[in-house]
Ligand binder design. Structure first.
Ligand SMILES: [Cu+2]
Length: 396
């Protein structure tokens, strides 16, 4: 029982290959408007993601077709609105590497319970790529939930039950016709083997002799009833709902926001993961073309946040929030002055590498890692830079 109730296993976020977590999307600033709410109340999930430049060759890219959604087990919420850089996210879109997309998803709580709410991007042919999860508790009673909308023709409908009887009725009708057809042939038992033997005996040309006049009449009747129902159903629906539009399946282009160009150029020269120490050592070459000195405040990779406590204060919001508040350290002088180009060495050391099963990256045939580095100046202004490159595992 414990196996099934253990919350950390809820979505298999740990089961996703490290390469998928580190090199597809960098999620950051993900937050929810409330950690507790009641059925019928609104929950806003906000955050940003940047598709990686190091997107693996074998994984279909978000540049093709992708759709932003929320990952919670079951229909616990309904989605009221979904914006990415201000563009409505009702339809699929495509997302370019290196571009920052800010999203706002508005949900309404539907069923009471405790949910690990994740933003996720469904990438066509690749599957869902999941962002960080936050626990949200929904109280109240499911009976208080209502989900009505006004259609373009001014009709008020309840989406919880709209069209349900219609769909159930048609499904039942078709199932009955199917069963009747099946039943007719069953009534002629024995069926499969004896008839097969007859076919072999008579030869293919004369096998039709087994089909009687009554069989032909039954087939004709079934065909006529089927066609009449299809045609009748069509005319009935046209008559009853004269104005209708098909579900919209086209793609939409997501806007790109004007952002201040980054003054930083960062090259990853070397990355080594020391397995016994659960320690990532990364050598960087940083150029600061900005006006103010900057230092590294955070390394974010595969939804794990390694924070440099000297620069940034960040605490886990709940026990499953993957923030290590003091796990990033910079060797020697951490500040890069304006106009300076310098090598710095950072260490991201935390048991999270192990507990979140990131260490299986050493078994990947393509041991390339990627992550987001966040630089801060003294005023707290932040610059995000992606780094990527090959990683060498160290076993001792
Ligand atoms: Cu989760």
């Amino acid at each position: 029982m414990t196996l099934f109730t253990s919350p950390a296993w809820a979505h298999g976020e740990k089961a996703q290959q490290p390469v998928l977590r580190m090199r597809t999307l960098h999620w950051f600033d993900v937050d929810v408007s409330a950690r507790r709410l009641d059925v019928g109340q609104t929950l806003v999930v906000k955050g940003s993601f940047v598709p990686s430049h190091a997107w693996p060759e074998h994984v279909p890219s978000a540049q093709q077709t992708a759709f932003l959604n929320i990952g919670v087990p079951g229909p616990a919420f309904v989605r009221l609105d979904n914006r990415i850089n201000g563009t409505p996210g009702i339809r699929s879109s495509s997302f370019k590497p290196g571009v920052q997309y800010d999203f706002v998803i508005t949900l309404k709580a539907r069923t009471p319970g405790r949910y690990h709410v994740h933003p996720l991007l469904n990438v066509k042919d690749a599957g869902p790529i999941i962002g960080p999860g936050i626990w949200v508790e929904v109280g109240g009673s499911a009976a208080n939930f209502s989900n009505t909308v006004k259609t373009l023709t001014g009709q008020e409908i309840d989406l919880e039950s709209y069209g349900l009887a219609n769909a159930a009725g048609w499904s039942a009708l078709w199932a009955m016709i199917g069963l009747a057809w099946f039943g007719y042939w069953l009534s002629k038992a024995p069926l499969v083997l004896p008839r097969f033997r007859r076919v072999v005996e008579l030869g293919n040309d004369r096998a039709d002799e087994m089909i009687t006049g009554r069989d032909r009449k039954a087939a004709m009747l079934t065909l006529t009833v089927t066609l009449l129902l299809v045609l009748g159903g069509y005319f009935w629906a046209q008559e009853r709902w004269p104005v209708n539009t098909p579900p919209q399946t086209g793609k939409i282009e997501t806007a790109q926001l004007q952002r201040e160009p980054s003054p930083l150029t960062v090259r990853m020269d070397d990355a080594r993961y020391r397995i016994p120490g659960r320690s990532f050592r990364i050598e960087l070459n940083v150029t600061n073309n900005g006006q103010s000195p900057v230092s590294v405040g955070e390394f974010n990779s595969g939804n794990l946040r390694f924070v440099n406590a000297k620069v940034l204060q960040a605490q886990p919001r709940d026990p499953d929030d993957l923030v290590a508040p003091d796990a990033l350290r910079v060797d020697g002088d951490a500040t890069i002055a304006p106009g300076q180009t310098r090598k710095i060495v950072i260490y991201a050391d935390d048991a999270m590498w192990e507990t979140q099963r990131m260490t299986t990256m050493i078994t990947s045939p393509d041991a390339v890692i990627a992550g987001m580095l966040f630089f801060y100046d003294a005023q707290g202004k932040r610059w995000a830079v992606e780094i990527s490159g090959p990683m060498i595992p160290l076993f001792g």
